[in-house]
Design a protein around this ligand. Structure first.
Ligand code: 8DG
Length: 137
């Protein structure tokens, strides 16, 4: 039976309303696809705690976590991923790619031009339906 992993991803806006996108490196699973930075929820962790920990590890900055954007179950060939995406805000530090091949700030209207990990597509669609400006707090 395929393993089900619970994963969190951070949707982070900058002052210009662009969203932080991260490119998985060639040696990761789902190589060379774009994702929201984050990672697997560990035993005993709340999703918000995972996000803060993972963003610190992967991007070397600190985020506050706000509302849930999408809760998606996606079946990959080898694994089932339950991806929870949350709006987050950087409260200290500047995002730096510690593990990703690239980080890029992308306007909402251009998100669909990137090649995303399939589990992320419903989040992109949900974001298009939001008024992006309302998300900048
Ligand atoms: N962090 C993150 N992972 C995602 C997203 N979309 C998506 O399908 N995933 C998948 C990729 C991985 O299979 C899993 C997250 O694991 P991880 O971020 O800890 O990645 P990893 O490379 O260490 O995991 P793995 O090689 O052991 O699969 O969820 C996303 O937006 N963010």
């Amino acid at each position: 039976m395929k393993k089900l992993v619970k994963v969190v991803g951070a949707v982070t806006y900058n002052e210009s309303g662009e969203i932080l996108c991260a490119l998985r490196s060639p040696d990761m699973s789902l190589p060379n696809l774009w994702e929201f930075p984050g990672g697997k929820i560990e035993e005993g962790e709340q999703p918000e705690e995972t996000l803060v920990r993972e963003i610190q590890e992967e991007l070397d900055c600190t985020v506050d976590v706000y509302e849930l954007i999408a809760d998606v179950v996606h079946e990959y060939p080898n694994i089932i991923v339950n991806l929870l995406t949350y709006r987050t805000k950087i409260v200290s530090g500047t995002p730096t790619a510690k593990e990703h091949a690239e980080l890029r700030w992308v306007p909402l209207a251009e998100l669909h031009t990137l090649e995303w990990a399939p589990a992320d597509v419903p989040t992109i669609e949900a974001l298009q339906h939001y008024n992006g400006r309302q998300l900048i707090k």
